[in-house]
Structures are given as C-alpha cells and as structure tokens.
Design a protein around this ligand. Sequence first.
Ligand SMILES: C[S@@+](CC[C@H](N)C(=O)[O-])C[C@H]1O[C@@H](n2cnc3c(N)ncnc32)[C@H](O)[C@@H]1O
Length: 279
Amino acid sequence: MNTKERARNRWKLLANTVSKKNQDCISTPNISYGLFTIECIHAGWYKYSVCIQGDQFSANICRSPINVTPEELMGFNNTGNVRIWPSEEILAYYVLSNLSLFQNKTVLELGGGMSCLAGIMAALYGHCRDVHLTDGNPNSVYNVERILEKNVFTTKVSCSVLKWHQKPANICHYDVVLAADCLFFDEARDDLVHTISSMLAFGGIALVAAPKRGNTLYEFIEMAQQEELHCVVQQNYNTIVWDCHSKQVSYNSMYDTDSHYPLLICITKQTKIIDCQFQ
Ligand SMILES: C[S@@+](CC[C@H](N)C(=O)[O-])C[C@H]1O[C@@H](n2cnc3c(N)ncnc32)[C@H](O)[C@@H]1O
C-alpha cells in the first residue's frame, strides 16, 4: 500500500468512527475550558474577552461554522472551519499570559483555522513587529481576512493560504511560530515539521498546542527531533488552564485527557555547530 492509500484509509477510518460513535472531538463541541467570555455581537460575530491578572483583552471574531459530514471530513482541510478548537483557545490564552515573549518579534501562525485566535491576540496585544496568519484552507483564510478588517491593530498583520507541503516562494524566518491542534494529520505531519523547521529563526521558539491523541503528538516530536529541532513538552504550563483541565477530569464524564487536553510543545532550533579542524 502506498502513502496515499494509507492516508485515504486512515481518513476512512476516522470518518467511520465519527459517524458510528459520534463521540470524537469533531462531534463533541461541548468540550470547552471556558477561558474566554464569548458574547454574540451580531450574526456570526463574537467578542472574545478575558481578564488575565487584572488586564482586559478582547477581540472581535467571526465564526462561520459548517456542518461537517464524515464525507467532508475526507477533505481534511475543513477541520479548521468546524469550530475554534480548545487548543487554539488555550494557545490564545497562553499568548495573553506571556506577552513579553512577543515584544518586537515576528510571528507566524500555521494551521490557524477560521480564527487564528492565538495569532490575533499576539497581533492585538503582543507589541509584535509583524504577524502573519495562515491556514491551508482558503475558506478559513477568508474568515481570518474578515476578522482582520473588524479589529484595530497597531502591529503589521497579514494573512494568506499556506499549505505545509508547498514551499513558500520567499522563506522568512520568524521569531515565534504558533500552531494549535495540527498534529493528528498523519499524512501531513512531516510537512508540518519541515515548515516549522524552515520558517523558525535560530533563537526563535515554536509554541505548539495539541492533545496527545494516541501516538500522534509523540510521532510529531520524533519527526521534529530528526530535523534537529529541540522539543520540550509541558503538561502544566498555566495554572488557570490546569485548574480548568482538573475540573473537567473531576466533573465531566465525556472528558478524555488523551484526546482533549492540549499539551504545550516548546520547540527551538538547534544552532548547527560546525566542527572546524585545522590541520
Ligand atoms: C483541527 S484544525 C485546527 C484549527 C485551529 N488551529 C483551531 O485549533 O481551531 C487543523 C487545521 O490545520 C489545517 N491544515 C491541515 N493540513 C494542512 C496542510 N497540509 N497545510 C496547511 N494547513 C493544514 C486545516 O486547514 C485546519 O485549519
């Protein structure tokens, strides 16, 4: 069986699982950590607000969810148009809790889905030098364009379609790369690793939030290590997020840590040490 056939079979399996069990995260949008207050402003538009250590943050976010059937899931790119996934909310919360990481930095979000919420928060509050928001799905990026029009930024911010298997014409190196819930696509994992590796600056950091989901997170880490990326996995990276997770564990019988709780992978690029031997 070739790679494409293997990938197709995996997606069939996922589609069957969703249609049979109706339990996967795709079909249980009620798993939420409730970190943001979400207020409907007008049709399809929401104000995401949060108070962190006495500071108020908010963003106007357009959500245009589609009804995803198992057939549509076969085209993996629609996963970012289903909803804003908990990993993205958590990454956005992490960004707002660690704003000093972003000051005067260039920031790239990969696979940001219909909101790129984490990158949007960095652009609004991080005093970044430049923020670029991307996804492989043009509908997601169209939604992000609308979000950019409805918020006021003091930072230069842009968005575009970026598919991980396509090498961008001009490779920029970013100080911070963000990605949420992008590790479970078996057929795209190595492309994601290559994209991070080629677009992350030496001395920069990639913040990747994703649930463990079986072996998927560790397979990503293995591939990243083969690319000489240094990965540190954190479980308890924010006390508020950890409390929310602990409450879910205690009170929500549908909650499954392995498939729901996003771990945080901090990735840095090793500087190549060239061993010069003079003879
Ligand atoms: C589960 S969604 C997560 C979206 C968003 N980060 C969130 O958590 O709400 C995965 C995202 O990865 C994007 N994606 C999947 N494969 C991709 C690829 N090969 N190139 C670029 N984006 C891809 C999808 O379009 C989708 O938006």
